[in-house]
Design a protein around this ligand. Sequence first.
Ligand SMILES: Cc1ncc(COP(=O)(O)O)c(C=O)c1O
Length: 435
Amino acid sequence: MTLSTDGLAHDDVLAEMAAAASGDADWRSGKTWSLVYNAGPEVEAVSKAAYQAFFSSNALNPMAFPSLRRFETEVLASAAALLHGAPGEAVGSMTTGGTESILMALKTARDWGRARGITAPEIVLPLSVHPAFDKAAHYLGLRAIYTPVGDDFRADVSAMRAALSPSTVLLVGSAPSFPQGVIDDIPAIAALAEEHGALCHVDACVGGFFLPFLERLGEPVPAWDFRVPGVTSISADLHKYGYTARGASTILYRSRALRRHQFHVQTQWPGGLYGSPSMTGSRAGGPIAAAWAVQRFLGSAGYERLTRAAMDATRRLQQGIRAAGFRILGAPTMSVFSFTSDDMDIYALCDALEVVGWKLDRQQLPPAAHLMVSPGHVPYVEPFLADLNRAADQLRGGAPAPAGSAAMYAAMAMAPDRSMVSEMILGFMDSLDQR
Ligand SMILES: Cc1ncc(COP(=O)(O)O)c(C=O)c1O
């Protein structure tokens, strides 16, 4: 396609886009179990209005847009308070998402290490951490040393201890992990980091705006935030369980001194003096404004209500999934979990559910299906369980698995040669613009 000479009318452009979206995942009907965190139409409307109002604003220059500076400062202050950072001392930045927050945490750790004379910095992290850490380590030239998880899918802290070296700058734990939704033993990891003179990052991209409210509801939540001595930074995504517009996350530090290592300054540029807090240059105003607006709209009572709704749906789902003969992996704390089967191909089950519109993420090591539950799923728990039972009965009764990706996932999960798997994924990404 080339750029057409004449443009189209506004309505025609939108009609073409609506048609293009007709095959997209139907997240409003609860069909997606990741990617979208639906808190209902009222929250969406506030978020959209705020986003639109600040659609063209650019937070690159906070002096030109004092409104955005205020929104960002207030969102970060409330996040720091929620995670029990010391007032005035715990600070952070808003970023475009979990991946950028993690990139920033690792950049900070690298430069903090360099300031101490560590020239080839290493980070120690359990295999369960999100791939954003691998990507960040790769981009930043850090050596990532992965350690196994235990039978409970949580970080094996003694294996992390054994992986430490004089070049270790950072240890990582998740609250919770994406794959099984389990919270690592953060007090033990942070104590190990402190003992070793290293930093400790907690990835709460998923849990950052959920676990604090779960705790307020009186549910048991293991210690994971700045109340734990030795935790030096936390990533917490607004665009997940903060229910704000896509493109918003926070990276928070225990101290202002630590955040300094994140910033970048260029003083020799003919274009002027340039200081940038995070990865991006221009910083879209929409997600910052929408985050502030949603937080103002919901307040802590709104977040508690949504947390309760998502947790109730989660419990009903887990109960129904167990009753249908499946096994939940580990002991998930919040609304993120995975399940597997001891008597059927779990990937074939995912394919069967996909035929009726449900999009579940397929996991490996071990093979499992993954769910992230939002308040928007509340009305869809029973329809999902009904479809799950129907699909499971059919497969157990010997019905052929529908044509889908089960064989491909099984082959990829089992392939001992991971470079072959890597080539397949590269080929897939490379081919997307050829379809
Ligand atoms: C635990 C965890 N960390 C980090 C990320 C990365 O977040 P993003 O996709 O916003 O970059 C995710 C995404 O699902 C996650 O689950």
